[in-house]
Ligand binder design. Structure first.
Ligand code: UD1
Length: 438
């Protein structure tokens, strides 16, 4: 397994291009299953989860061409399998996103139940309950969810009230409802930009979706969907991670190809903590630490447009360097503080009480051997390594490869001393093999 070796203490300086959003590309790829015609996606990040999703689509029978590294042309003309197997779902929960489209187009789907993951139990009961409201018959067979459309083979539009905001649940329903008979209304839908991005692709494919990006989405079902081309939005979590990287190293960065409006809550909080962020234009941010140093400031994670849980770990690293006591409350996942104990080993002063972490800063961090436990936790440890004295070795960086495109290259280009120690047996990110022509 690859590792990162980081020597801390360098201020970052320069320009970073933000990649496309993994959490938008994943549902958009699944949406290609809704049509037999080709769906072409641009600005797809080159990260492990995308390769996994591509493999799943291919296993189902789709043909995927990659004319350029970040463009995928997916044609699901001849689907032969209707199943997301355990081996894939256990490595990437987002593979449950094929459930809605398979059920909508073919009237059947089988998806392994994801089980627990590092950050909590993460059930998919809300996906299943709401699909039932569209007429699906859902049963559990040997660890798999087996779903069938009602007699006649087509889902039926309905009003769905989500008990809790769920991002992939909203996306699954959104996709399922596009081909249902009649109109579907989703209430208490997730408002995340990735949901709106998916809706934009679906509308390009001929769907009739209104209200995506708000808690109330209306979908008028259509008979078929067709070809479309779409560019994935920038990754707001990668954007936030680099904002923190600049601030924590007392550096200065220009972030290009981002979408500042999607990072509004993070930007507001960082400004409160003493980070100077200028919106240069609609796709560029300029960031540096303000003269007064970093100040402690509390956060509570909540669904969009509030502070994202996917930025909680990185923000915690920042708070280890801020003057004063900050409280970080995690309301989305029950077990998302695993990075805290690794940071403590580097000298951070963090106390966990249930869903709240109290951070005392500033603390002098010292390089250590630490272990990444999940995707965003690994990003927080990279940030800690950038500011720590001496050498930090981060193990299990395959977690970070799931969602950050070549983070070590991007950081090295702006002055970080970071290198990947390759494990020749299980090295990360295999090349995308089939490069074809559009
Ligand atoms: C998505 C994101 C993930 C992010 C999370 C919250 C993708 C691929 N992943 O994950 O990066 O951290 O949103 O912003 O987009 N829940 C249930 N039952 C369900 C579904 C969810 O109880 O059927 C609970 C979850 O356990 C969690 C909360 O609802 O406590 C929110 O989860 P959800 O929004 O569904 O997260 P994901 O879509 O899995």
């Amino acid at each position: 397994m690859d590792k990162f070796r980081i020597t801390g203490g360098r201020a970052l300086s320069g320009r970073i291009n933000v990649s496309g959003a993994k959490n938008s590309a994943l549902p958009c790829m699944a949406a290609a299953l809704l049509t037999g015609e080709s769906v072409t996606l641009h600005n797809v990040p080159y990260v492990r989860d995308i390769i996994t999703q591509r493999r799943l689509l291919e296993d189902l029978g789709s043909h995927v061409l990659t004319p350029e590294l970040r463009t995928h042309k997916i044609t699901a003309a001849h689907i032969e399998l209707f199943e997301a197997p355990y081996d894939l779902v256990k490595t990437m929960r987002a593979s449950v996103l094929v459930l809605g489209p398979l059920l909508a187009r073919f009237g059947k789907a089988k998806v392994s139940l994801p089980g627990g993951c590092a950050i909590g139990s993460r059930p998919i009961d809300l996906h299943l309950e709401s699909l039932k409201q569209l007429g699906a018959e859902v049963s559990l067979e040997a660890g798999y969810v087996v779903a069938r459309a009602p007699r006649g083979g087509r889902l039926v539009g309905a009003t769905v009230n989500f008990d809790k905001v769920t991002v992939t649940g909203t996306e699954n329903l959104l996709m399922a409802a596009t081909l249902a008979a009649g109109t579907t209304t989703l209430n208490n839908a997730a408002c995340e930009p990735e949901v709106a991005d998916l809706a934009e692709l679906l509308n390009r494919m001929g769907a009739r979706v209104r209200g995506a990006g708000t808690p109330h989405i209306t979908i008028e079902g259509v008979e078929t969907l067709g070809a479309a081309e779409h560019t994935i939005i920038p990754d707001r979590i990668e954007t936030g991670t680099f904002l923190v990287a600049a601030a924590i190293t007392n550096g200065e960065l220009e972030l290009k190809d981002c979408m500042p409006e999607h990072s509004a809550a993070v930007i507001a909080k960082l400004r409160e903590a003493g980070v100077e962020i200028e919106e240069v234009n609609q796709s560029t941010l300029h960031v540096r630490r303000a003269g007064g140093g970093l100040r402690a400031s509390d956060i509570t994670t909540e669904p969009y447009p509030h502070f994202p849980t996917d930025m909680q770990a990185q923000y915690m690293t920042l708070m280890t360097q801020a003057a004063g006591r900050s409280r970080i409350t995690e309301t989305i996942f029950e077990n998302r503080f695993m990075h805290a104990s690794e940071m403590q080993r580097m000298g951070a002063r963090i106390a966990i009480d249930g869903r709240t972490a109290t951070v005392e800063g500033p603390a002098r961090l010292a390089g250590a051997r630490v272990q990444a436990s999940d995707l965003r936790a690994s990003a927080s440890l990279v940030l800690a390594g950038l500011v720590a004295e001496g050498e930090t070795i981060i193990e299990r960086v395959y977690h970070i490869d799931r969602g950050y495109e070549k983070i070590e290259d991007k950081l090295r280009r702006v002055g970080a001393q970071i290198e990947r120690l390759r494990d020749s047996v299980t090295s990360s990110l295999p090349p995308i093999t089939e490069v074809g022509v559009l």
